[in-house]
Ligand binder design. Structure first.
Ligand code: ZN
Length: 376
């Protein structure tokens, strides 16, 4: 049964690039037909602690025979291709969000999210593009049209500007320094890093493969890009990711961010290890935006690492930038280099910790932290 559905797009990381790529992937996908695409809106981030880049938002009207669940999964696949990593921090900058926000004449619950998305009524970055592509649709369960909802929000939305796709493409050409991270796809005739690619080609030959067979032809290029991304921590610093997002605050309660997802590669085998990081600190006048802690983790995770060193580096970086009373870092990780060789039982994980200041000296502080990260 064919249905019309609106998908909302949002990006605030390499946003020109990612919003254009997402639109082009949506247009090319045979599983649906794109009927309309909104202009692209530039909007300040909402609900965020600390400064964050503005978002680019848009909406697309599609027609499809897919079930809602199948469409949801298809959009997650596209997000993954565009480098979206979902972390515990829901406000972390993202390469792309693709959300189903509205089904024509239909209300449903999709994996715990109500559709229509109630945010349509509150946020101009959603309401405006929706009104552009389907002004006369009535939101199921409400008596208003999308145009009426958008018009009601206009007086409070002075900071929003709209751009055409052509404007956004022009911006990409103007800022041609786009980082190579997040870009895993190989375009036709793309040249990336011939020297590195030839090394990967040699590895393919060495393991007995034919680098010229169909499936492998662009593998060296993809691997080169993937390595650039997976080791992008070498090209960033803590100072750069923190970027002045430190605030003065009288708060002296323990701050904890737990379950920060990370992916790293062991320096012994260059094989992934991954898991979760829990970070706690006792502020002494300075606090940091929570999403920045996840980015600090990435600075150290996206390198060749050993888990113990990464744990210590995160703790030392927190001590240095915040000068808190103390810091605790606990890392739980699974190491593929052990799991794949059967050295480690499949479900076991390695736990490391680094305690600084009061977290080291004061047993009560340490146990408060350990209890809080375990309490789930
Ligand atoms: Zn290893």
């Amino acid at each position: 049964m064919s249905q019309q559905i609106i998908i909302a797009l949002g990006s605030n990381l390499h946003r020109e690039y990612n919003i254009i790529r997402a639109l082009s992937q949506l247009r090319r996908d045979p599983r649906w037909r794109v009927l309309a695409v909104s202009p692209i809106y530039r909007t300040p981030a909402v609900g965020v602690l600390g400064p964050q880049p503005d978002y680019f938002n848009a909406a697309v009207l599609v027609e499809t025979d897919l079930s809602p669940e199948a469409l949801y999964r298809a959009l997650r696949e596209i997000e993954a291709r565009l480098g979206r990593v979902r972390t515990a921090d829901k406000f972390a900058p993202r390469t792309i969000d693709l959300d189903i926000v509205l089904f024509k004449d239909r209300q449903l619950d999709l994996n715990g999210f109500p559709i229509p998305d109630p945010d349509i009524f509150h946020y101009p970055h959603l309401a405006f593009p929706l009104a552009d592509i389907a002004p006369h649709w009535t939101v199921p369960g409400a008596s208003l049209t999308l145009k009426q909802i958008a018009d009601a929000l206009r007086p409070s939305a002075k900071e929003i500007q709209s751009m055409s796709e052509a404007n956004v493409l022009a911006r990409i050409n103007a800022f041609s320094h786009y980082g190579t991270d997040q870009i895993f796809e190989a375009e036709e005739d793309e040249v990336y890093d011939p020297e590195f690619e030839s090394l990967i080609r040699q590895i393919l030959i060495r393991i007995g493969e034919d680098p010229d067979r169909e499936g492998l032809r662009r593998t060296p290029l993809r691997v080169a890009k993937a390595y650039d991304f997976l080791t992008s921590g070498y090209a960033t610093t803590v100072e750069e990711v923190v970027n002045n997002a430190i605030f003065t605050d009288g708060c002296d309660e323990m701050v904890i961010v737990r379950d920060i997802e990370f992916y790293s590669m062991c320096e012994h085998h260059m094989i992934p290890f991954f898991g979760r990081v829990h970070v706690g600190y006792l502020p002494q006048g300075k606090v940091i935006g929570l999403s920045k802690i996840a980015r600090i983790v990435d600075v150290f995770a996206r390198r060749l690492q050993i888990q113990e060193r990464m744990t210590n580096q995160i703790a030392d970086a927190m001590m240095e930038i915040l000068e808190p009373m103390g810091v605790g870092v606990v890392v739980e990780a699974s190491h593929l280099c052990m799991m794949m060789r059967g050295v480690q039982k499949q479900n076991s994980s390695t736990i490391t910790s680094a305690m600084r200041g009061l977290f080291r000296k004061d047993a009560r502080t340490r146990s408060e932290f350990m209890n809080l990260i375990r309490d789930r």
